[in-house]
Design a protein around this ligand. Structure first.
Ligand code: PMP
Length: 393
């Protein structure tokens, strides 16, 4: 007799048979340019540790000090007694760094997106969202029960057409987009989007997960990159990628932040991050402000590595950030490509549907400041060899 959960086994077996199931990779030791993954040291091209801050001595020391002095956990949700002095200091630090009125820190970037969207719009409202918005944005939009209008990826004409269609509707209208798209590495046309938003009275919300620490002076993000200060209502960023620790933040006006403290559900119902997290994050932001060499090195690596990949004949799409996809199309081929690279000493995650649209399977590479020229040359040699072996180039 069949059991209620048989579908789990059936779907899993089907995915395994097609090489579409990816078991979790186990990482030992630190997240560096070379990392031990599943027991083998490989050149790591999949980490979001863009600036190497997860292992920066000042960041580690700050985390250790906080654990010793304050303990391992925060003990409560932010709105009860989980807001530590360290969270308060971190929020002031982020606001100063981003040059905005106020900041609010969440347990993750995912929580920040979801919690903010749900707090701002509801059943009678409207959301305009980029076709390739991150899953946490999509989930937030769906949870809000607002009407979601998806515009073509980074296409301002498509956005304008939707705005025109709903121009007469009297409701809150939220425009939400990633600034850097995590699977393609391209940047949203924020200046044009901000103009349309001003014209049609939209609330603007930008996800800077892959821009924080990467774009703009001292890693201030996409608003700084485009000189759009004061033109975007709120920006979300992660503290888990370039900043090297964990958590997410929202920056905006003081009232917006106070409103989120009152309304955002992860604030109200989920325990605050432990002391080590805000302490390490403050240290990481200070490093970004005082050690520009990490960002400089990151961008010089990006230029070299991407240029060489293209010279080898790979389809890299149109990235503008340290994320470079190597697009092969077929899902199974993408995973085989990734497996073969790993077997030959390079780790670059295969990415397939539903993370990216069907038929755009790829391995995604991420450059960091930690990679040496020798690491990159070795990685490129391996790409060339495996690419030819699998007739990708
Ligand atoms: N937005 C984007 C664009 C992301 O890539 C991610 C991380 N994958 C998130 C939000 C979520 O951030 P976090 O990992 O801090 O939850």
């Amino acid at each position: 007799m069949s059991k209620p959960l048989d579908f789990v086994t059936n779907e899993l077996n089907e995915a395994r048979a097609k090489n579409l199931f990816r078991p979790l990779k186990i990482v030992s030791g630190m997240q560096g340019a070379r990392t031990v993954i599943d027991g083998r040291e490989v050149i790591n091209l999949s980490s979001n540790n863009y600036l190497g801050l997860t292992k920066h001595p000042k960041v580690i020391e700050a985390a250790l000090k906080a654990v010793r002095e304050i303990g391992a956990g925060a003990g409560a949700v932010r709105t009860i007694i989980g807001t530590l002095e360290l969270h308060d200091r971190l929020e002031k630090k982020i606001a100063q760094w981003k040059n905005v009125e106020a900041a609010l820190v969440f347990q993750s970037g995912f929580c920040a997106n979801q919690g903010t969207i749900v707090a701002l719009v509801g059943r009678d409202d409207l959301i305009y969202s980029d076709q390739l918005s991150h899953a946490s944005i999509i989930d937030g939009c769906r949870l809000s029960r607002a009407k979601i209008e998806v515009y073509e990826h980074s296409n301002v004409d498509s956005l304008r057409e939707l705005c025109q269609r709903h121009h007469d509707r009297d409701c809150k209208k939220l425009l939400v987009t990633d600034s850097v798209f995590s699977m393609d590495g391209d940047i949203a046309p924020l200046p044009a989007i901000a103009e349309i938003a001003a014209e049609y009275g939209l609330i603007t919300f930008v996800d800077d997960a892959h821009a924080s620490g990467v774009l703009g002076e001292a890693g201030r993000g996409s608003v700084d990159h485009f000189g759009l200060h004061g033109k975007i209502d709120m920006v979300m960023g992660t503290l888990s990628k370039a900043i090297g620790v964990m958590g997410g933040y929202i920056v905006g006006s003081r009232d917006l932040i106070d409103y989120l403290i009152m309304r955002s559900r992860p604030m109200l119902f989920s325990t605050a991050t432990p002391p080590a997290v805000p302490a390490a994050t403050i240290a990481a932001i200070e490093v970004m402000e005082t050690e520009p060499q990490h960002q400089q090195r990151l961008w010089s690596n990006v230029e070299f590595f991407r240029g060489e990949l293209r010279t080898l004949g790979f389809d890299c799409g149109n990235p503008e950030t340290p994320i470079t996809p190597v697009i092969v199309g077929d899902e199974s081929l993408a995973n085989t490509f990734s497996d073969e690279l790993y077997a030959q000493g390079v780790f670059a995650q295969g990415i397939i549907f539903p993370t990216v649209p069907r038929g755009t399977g790829r391995v995604r590479t991420i450059m960091t400041s930690m990679h040496s020229r020798e690491d990159l040359e070795q990685a490129l040699e391996t790409f060339a060899k495996v690419g030819k072996q699998l007739s990708i180039i």
